[in-house]
Design a protein around this ligand. Structure first.
Ligand SMILES: *Cc1c(COP(=O)(O)O)cnc(C)c1O
Length: 230
């Protein structure tokens, strides 16, 4: 049941904030609706959820059209040739991870007279299969952003590797927060930390998440993704 699930998640977030001395702070709950249909999205909105996340443009387009008043977050890998469409429909892009994409977003934002609100996606674990900037690339990337005045970087995002025991990924979330502290400066507060999914959001909130991206804890397990042929 969505309302029961949502209550559980909200209580867990509140308890984690309390435990980590973040009393009074708030965490934005982004409901991840990949594979979730319009009826459940409407139900989630009726329960007060305002932020929704999708990782594939193609799947997201009809949902954005049907629910234009919700705040949509783009959380998946973004191809540069889709930058314009994503800019037009989404309020925040969590997955800026390379200069070629920054260039595309800047160009499209100029053309559409918009600002591109983004988070920088970092690959802290160094897993080859994951996209994201490496830590070592972050300083140069931040430097280069001055060439892209239409891009507003609100903070950092990471996806931790899946682990049975979420304690194992605590250091990854801690590191994202350290990077935020290291690289923030006047004009670049990096105030948002988008980290934590169903399996690890409690630990992420304890480590300073300001946004968690949660799908299955709200909507139930997704059907398994089709296996890709080798
Ligand atoms: C699917 C997805 C989520 C949500 O995953 P759950 O484990 O179902 O909570 C969060 N972030 C990203 C980037 C995703 O693709």
């Amino acid at each position: 049941m969505l309302s029961v699930n949502l209550n559980t998640v909200r209580q867990e977030i509140a308890a984690a904030l309390e435990r980590s001395g973040r009393t009074g702070e708030r965490v934005r709950l982004v409901a991840v609706t990949k594979t979730v249909g319009p009826k459940e999205i409407a139900a989630a909105a009726a329960l007060g959820l305002q932020d929704f996340g999708e990782n594939r443009l193609q799947e997201a387009v009809p949902k954005l059209r049907q629910f234009p008043d919700l705040r949509w977050h783009f959380i998946g890998h973004l191809q540069s040739n889709k930058a314009g469409e994503v800019l037009a429909g989404f309020s925040l892009i969590h997955s800026l991870d390379r200069l070629s994409l920054a260039r595309a977003l800047q160009r499209r934002a100029e053309r559409q007279d918009l600002e591109a609100h983004c988070l920088l996606q970092l690959n802290i674990s160094g897993e080859k299969s994951k996209s994201g900037l490496g830590e070592a690339e972050l300083p140069d990337f931040l430097e280069a952003l001055s060439d892209f005045p239409r891009i507003r970087v609100a903070g950092l995002m990471t996806i931790a590797p899946w682990c049975e025991d979420p304690e194992e990924v605590r250091p990854i979330f801690r590191r994202l927060r350290e990077l935020q502290q290291l690289h923030r400066r006047p004009g670049l507060a990096l105030s948002e930390l988008s980290m934590g999914m169903t399996g690890d959001y409690i630990v992420a909130v304890e480590e300073g998440a300001t946004m968690v991206r949660i799908g299955s804890a709200l909507f139930g397990a997704r059907p398994a993704a089709p296996q890709r042929k080798k």
